[in-house]
Design a protein around this ligand. Structure first.
Ligand code: UN1
Length: 517
C-alpha cells in the first residue's frame, strides 16, 4: 500500500463511517452543532496527515449532556433489565455488521493492524452479548434471619448516570466494557474519549445511536469530546456522576481519584501497567517466545497490558534471548493495513520522543542494548510515527525499568531461582498483568499463591496482553483499583441494599435487645 493508496483508504474509511470533514464531537440524544469554537484536528499516525476535524464541548454543552442523561435515566428504568439486555444485544449485532468499517477507523486513527482494529470491535461485540446474558443474572443473595418471621435479602439498584474516560489505545473497547454492563444495570453513561480516539467515538456513537433509534429505545449514551484537563476535571468534580471509570496514566488517575474522593464518589481506575513475564527452564520455549513477542509487540507496545519486562531463567537465558533477538530484528514494522505487518506506528510524535528518551536513559543507567530500535521512515508514509522495537538487557535496580514507557521497549533480566524471579517481578509500583511460562506445577502454583504475582491479572503459559472480556479486568498498587468487564464487575455499577422484612405480628429486635415502650 503506497501513500496514495493510504489516502484513498482514508477517504473511503471516513466515507463509510459517515465522518465529515468537520464533525460534531458531542452527542446527547442527537449529534449537537456546538456553539464552542474549539476544534480538534485528528491526525493519522500511519501517515501523519489530517483525517478530519471535530468539535469539542464547552461547559454548557457538557452540562446539557449530563442533564439529558439524568432525565433518560428515569425512562431507562421503566425498561426491565432483560429488555435492556435485548437492546444491548441488538447493539452487539449492529457492531458485528459494521465491524470491518469500524475496525478500519480504528486503524486510521490509532494505527492498529487490520486484525487488531477489528479485534477492538470484536471486544465490544463480546461484551455486548455478555451484558445481554447478564441482564437476567443480576443476582442478589438471601440470608437467614435471627429474628422470628423475618426475611433478609440483598437487592441491587442502578446508581444513576456514570462517567467513562477512555484512552487512545483502546478507543472504544474499554468504554464498552463499562458502558454495556452499566446500561443493563439501568444506568446512563457519559463518555469522554481521548481526543486521539475522537473519530472512533463518533463512528461508534453513530452506529449505536441509530440502532437505539430504530428500536425506539432512549438514547442512554452521551458523548462529550473535549480536553482532558477541562471535561475530565468537570466530570471528576461533578456529583451528578455517581461513578467515574478512568483509563490512563497513573499521574492523571491520581488527580481524578483525589477529585472524585473529595465528593465521596466511586471510581474504577485502570492506570499504568509494567507487566512482566517469567520464562522458566521448565517452559515450552516456542509458546514462551510467541507469548512474550505478542505481549511486548502487539499494538506497538501501547497496551496497558503490554509485556515490558521479561525474566529469563539462567539455564535457558542465552538461547531464549538469541531467539527473541532474532524476532525483534525481523518483525515487520510498517503500514498497519498491509498484509503481514505486525507492528504499526506509535500514536504521535510525542510518543516517538518519549521512546527515544527512554532508550537513552536505559543506556545511561547501565542497560545493554541488544536490539536498538530506531525511528524509521516507511516509503510513501514518511510522516508516520514508526520505530523499530527495542530489546534491552537490564538490571532490576535500573529506575527506568520501574516506569511505564508506552512504547515497544522490552527489558530482559536473568534470574537464578523462582523466588528471586517473583521478587523482581513484584518489585515495581504497578500491578496490572503478569505471566509465567512453565510446565512445572510447583512453579505455577507458587505464582498463583499469596507468595506469587501481586497483579490483578495472572497468566500461565500465555501472554500478559490479550485478556478476554469474561474475566474481571483491573489491577493493584499504582494500577489503581476496581474491576471492569466480566465476572461480577457489574456490582460496581449498582448500589447494594440489604433488606429486612418483618412479616410477623411482633417486632423482635436483633442481638436480643429489649426495648419496651
Ligand atoms: C488496555 O490496554 O487498556 O487485555 C486494555 C488486553 C486487551 C485490553 C487492553 N483486551 O490486552
Amino acid at each position: 500500500m503506497s501513500g496514495d493508496e493510504f489516502s484513498s483508504f482514508r477517504e473511503e474509511t471516513l466515507k463509510k463511517n459517515g465522518i465529515k470533514n468537520l464533525e460534531n464531537g458531542i452527542f446527547y440524544g442527537t449529534f449537537i452543532e456546538p456553539k464552542a469554537e474549539d476544534k480538534y484536528t485528528s491526525i493519522s499516525p500511519v501517515d501523519g496527515h489530517r483525517n478530519s476535524e471535530f468539535t469539542l464541548a464547552d461547559r454548557t454543552e457538557y452540562d446539557n449532556a449530563v442533564k439529558y442523561l439524568e432525565e433518560v435515566f428515569e425512562k431507562w428504568n421503566e425498561v426491565t433489565p432483560p429488555k435492556r439486555g435485548d437492546i444491548i444485544r441488538a447493539i452487539g449485532d449492529s457492531l458485528s455488521k459494521n465491524k470491518s468499517k469500524l475496525g478500519a477507523l480504528v486503524s486510521l486513527e490509532a494505527g492498529k493492524t487490520v486484525a487488531e482494529g477489528e479485534g477492538e470491535i470484536q471486544e465490544m461485540i463480546d461484551i455486548a452479548y455478555f451484558a445481554s446474558g447478564l441482564s437476567r443474572q443480576l443476582y442478589g443473595l438471601t440470608m437467614t434471619s435471627e429474628r422470628k418471621e423475618h426475611r433478609m435479602m440483598e437487592i441491587w439498584n442502578p446508581i444513576g448516570t456514570i462517567g467513562v474516560i477512555s484512552a487512545f489505545n483502546f478507543p472504544s473497547a474499554v468504554w464498552s466494557w463499562n458502558a454495556f454492563i452499566a446500561a443493563v444495570c439501568g444506568n446512563t453513561v457519559l463518555w469522554k474519549p481521548s481526543t486521539k480516539g475522537g473519530l472512533v467515538s463518533i463512528g461508534v456513537m453513530k452506529v449505536i445511536s441509530e440502532t437505539l433509534n430504530e428500536l425506539g429505545s432512549p438514547q442512554i449514551f452521551a458523548l462529550v469530546n473535549g480536553k482532558g484537563g477541562e471535561v475530565g476535571d468537570w466530570m471528576a468534580e461533578d456529583g451528578r456522576l455517581k461513578l467515574i471509570s478512568f483509563t490512563g496514566s497513573t499521574a492523571t488517575g491520581k488527580r481524578v481519584n483525589e477529585k472524585v474522593a473529595k465528593r465521596l464518589g466511586r471510581t474504577i481506575l485502570e492506570l499504568g501497567g509494567n507487566n512482566c513475564a517469567i520464562v522458566s527452564r521448565h517452559a515450552n520455549m516456542e509458546i514462551a517466545l510467541k507469548g512474550v513477542a505478542f505481549g511486548a509487540l502487539a499494538t506497538t507496545g501501547q497496551r496497558c497490558t503490554s509485556t515490558r519486562r521479561v525474566l529469563v531463567d539462567e539455564a535457558i537465558y542465552d538461547e531464549f534471548v538469541k531467539r527473541l533477538k532474532n524476532i525483534y530484528e525481523n518483525i515487520p514494522v510498517g503500514n498497519p493495513r498491509k498484509d503481514g505487518i505486525l507492528v504499526g506506528p506509535l500514536i504521535d510524535e510525542q510518543a516517538v520522543k518519549k521512546y527515544n528518551e527512554a532508550l537513552e536513559v536505559a543506556s545511561a543507567q547501565g542497560g545493554k542494548i541488544i536490539v536498538h530500535g530506531k525511528p524509521i521512515k516507511i516509503k510513501g508514509l514518511e510522516n508516520g510515527f514508526y520505530v523499530r522495537p527495542s530489546l534491552i538487557e537490564a538490571k532490576p535496580e535500573m529506575e527506568i525499568t520501574k516506569v511505564e514507557t508506552f512504547a515497544p521497549i522490552l527489558y530482559v533480566f536473568k534470574y537464578r531461582t523462582i523466588e528471586e524471579a517473583i521478587s523482581i517481578h513484584n518489585s515495581v509500583p504497578q500491578g496490572l498483568s503478569s505471566s509465567i511460562f512453565t510446565e512445572n506445577l510447583r512453579e505455577e502454583e507458587k505464582f498463583l499463591s499469596f507468595a506469587g504475582s501481586d497483579c490483578g491479572i495472572v497468566n500461565v503459559n500465555t501472554s500478559t496482553a490479550g485478556a478476554e472480556i469474561g474475566g474481571a479486568f483491573g489491577g493493584e498498587k499504582e494500577t489503581g483499583s476496581g474491576r471492569e468487564s466480566g465476572s461480577d464487575a457489574w456490582k460496581l455499577y449498582m448500589r447494594r441494599q440489604t433488606v429486612t422484612v418483618n412479616y410477623g405480628k411482633d417486632i423482635p429486635l436483633s442481638q436480643g435487645v429489649k426495648f419496651e415502650v
